[in-house]
Design a protein around this ligand. Structure first.
Ligand SMILES: NC(=O)c1ccc[n+]([C@@H]2O[C@H](COP(=O)([O-])OP(=O)(O)OC[C@H]3O[C@@H](n4cnc5c(N)ncnc54)[C@H](OP(=O)(O)O)[C@@H]3O)[C@@H](O)[C@H]2O)c1
Length: 302
């Protein structure tokens, strides 16, 4: 008997976080997944897939008005950080106009909207950052994500913003993330150069998805920093991943961010203080090794 099940619409459902959100909700919610591609990527059923574009205001409104979800979870974004410098129009259309459209549609049906943002809204001069620290985005992707946050903050919508960072996990046909890429390289005996001057909290996507459901159900508004509990630089994170997976850490060589010549600047001393989320939402997030061990266990059952 499913008549009383609450409904959730997950935007960006084909991505790393989107797939984890489907898994977190699908057992006891009516789950509707929205993403750009014609086909769903998560193969197993128990959710309805809708092809759609959050940048298309009318079609999005029509879908939301037809479904009347209790919650809308926004994991859809233009996430190519370096590509955002050359594809500015598309990046803005998804990360800002798309968010405006979600707010508009959510308000039409009084749905609660949970939006995912990033530590890149900060400049990385003196992390770890708290929710009330002043943003100062460095690149175009970062500016678009901050503008997306401001759309929500300046609206009357029932909403909350969850900032996260260094997301990793498994998924079907997703973009490689730092952890999956590193494991692949080391398994193939390839040496890798990893920056030791970028700090952040690695975040297991499945843990973030659980926390986002709790945030949705809590009714809390405002901004929350939700990430793994521990700050680490990328090089030492890579070494810990190698240790947990029994791979050869001597293939990992430290370099500096300036050696990479990336198109978009990165915040260096980033990281989150997650105490507000831990206290107000009563969530628990893994430290670095705990998260990677949990990920290894997840891979064993896929
Ligand atoms: N990955 C990280 O390290 C990280 C760090 C901090 C914050 N975040 C934030 O976390 C959220 C989720 O990131 P992620 O890593 O899961 O991203 P992802 O794997 O790149 O997935 C994003 C998904 O959004 C969908 N999408 C893109 N444009 C869309 C549109 N116009 N309409 C509908 N769907 C659209 C894509 O759909 P199709 O696949 O169907 O094309 C894609 O599957 C984003 O807000 C991102 O900014 C990520």
């Amino acid at each position: 008997m499913h008549l009383l099940r609450k409904k959730v619409l997950i935007a960006g459902a084909n991505g790393l976080l989107g797939q984890q959100l489907i898994k977190v909700f699908r057992d006891d919610y009516e789950v509707h997944a929205l993403s750009l591609q014609p086909e769903r990527r998560l193969p197993d059923g128990n959710f309805q897939y809708h092809q759609g574009d959050i940048a298309d205001r009318q079609k999005l409104r029509d879908l939301v008005q037809a479904l009347v979800p209790n919650f809308i979870m926004n994991a859809a974004a233009f996430t190519d950080v370096d590509g955002s410098e050359t594809q500015r129009e598309l990046c803005w259309k998804i990360n800002v106009t798309g968010v405006e459209n979600l707010v508009y549609a959510a308000q039409k049906v009084h749905a609660r909207l949970i939006h995912v943002s990033t530590d890149y809204v900060f400049d990385g001069r003196n992390g770890p950052f708290r929710e009330d620290d002043r943003p100062n985005p460095l690149g175009f992707y970062a500016r678009s994500k901050l503008a997306g946050e401001n759309v929500l903050i300046n609206s009357e919508a029932n909403c909350a913003i969850a900032r996260t960072m260094v997301l990793y996990g498994a998924g079907y046909e997703i973009r490689p993330n730092f952890v999956t890429w590193l494991i692949e390289q080391l398994r193939n005996g390839k040496s890798v150069r990893i920056v030791d001057d970028q700090f952040g909290n690695p975040t297991l996507a499945s843990e973030l998805a659980v926390a986002l459901r709790i945030l949705a159900e809590s009714g809390h508004k405002g901004v929350y920093h939700i990430s793994g509990s521990e700050v680490i630089d990328r090089y030492h994170f890579a070494v810990k991943i190698a240790e947990v997976f029994g791979l050869d850490a001597s293939l990992i060589h430290p370099i500096k961010t300036s050696d990479l010549k990336q198109a978009s600047p990165r915040p260096l001393r980033s990281g989150f203080d997650i105490s507000k989320a831990v206290t107000e939402l009563n969530i628990s997030m893994s430290d670095v090794v705990g998260g990677v061990q949990k990920f290894k266990a997840e891979l064993a059952v896929i």
